[in-house]
Design a protein. Structure first.
Ligand code: FES
Length: 225
């Protein structure tokens, strides 16, 4: 049993007592909730575990990631379900200038009213600003801030126009990658993989049991790059 101080909070509408310092997801597990859906990396990277929470004495509901938000006395929190959004189908390899095709791929961007409701990003991305730039045709300017997007979809869940800024951002990231050449070191490594330079090593690893694999990984880590 933990010797940490216990706090009282409200989780999914139920008052519970949990040790302080836990994240929302740890608090769920600590109180016997067998939660697996909506949980992925537990490191604030996959964006699967969105939550809405109200801190004690606060007047405004905030949004975040359940694996990152730490529970506090009087916190009221719920896990948010997956939010459905339209995903456009496109083939970047058939586009000469994907940036210029944004209004065609995501025409709903032009319907953004600039209400700023989408500014709920747990990664502190200024989504409204990104959407404004995308709307005005400054796609390069819109791309930079979305590079940190975790695709949690919170922004889409708030948009009264049913726009999915995270998917717009994903398109912009892909368009940007297509616009700029692949770095030479990456190009070289990809060519080595294509030419089968690492094939023998993969086959060796593939045939190992768990202990052998651990030893293999230790050895590979110590090899000069
Ligand atoms: S579980 Fe991946 S961000 Fe929380």
């Amino acid at each position: 049993m933990s010797d940490k101080k216990l706090i009282t909070m409200e989780l999914e509408g139920r008052k519970i007592r949990v040790p302080e310092g836990l994240t929302v997801i740890e608090a769920l597990w600590d109180t016997g909730h067998d939660v697996k859906r909506g949980i992925g990396c537990l490191s604030g990277l996959c964006g699967a575990c969105t939550v809405a929470y109200l801190e004690k004495g606060a007047g405004k509901v905030r949004f975040g990631l359940g694996c990152q938000v730490v529970v506090t006395e009087g916190l009221n929190v719920i896990m948010l379900p997956y939010f459905p959004s339209r995903v456009a189908a496109y083939r970047l390899e058939e586009m000469d200038d994907p940036y210029s095709r944004l209004p065609e791929v995501y025409p709903e961007v032009t319907g953004c009213t600039g209400c700023r409701a989408c500014n709920v990003c747990p990664e502190w991305i200024n989504v409204a600003e990104m959407m404004k730039k995308a709307r005005e045709g400054d796609c390069a300017g819109a791309t930079e801030p979305v590079m940190d997007c975790h695709m949690c979809g919170l922004c889409a869940s708030r948009c009264p126009q049913s726009i999915a800024p995270h998917y717009v951002g994903l398109y912009l990231q892909r368009a940007s990658a297509r616009r700029y050449p692949i770095p030479p070191n990456l190009e070289e490594r990809l060519a080595q993989i294509r030419d089968g330079v690492y094939r023998a090593k993969w086959d060796e690893a593939d045939a190992l049991d768990e202990e052998g694999l651990k030893e293999f990984c230790r050895r590979v880590r110590e090899e000069p790059a």
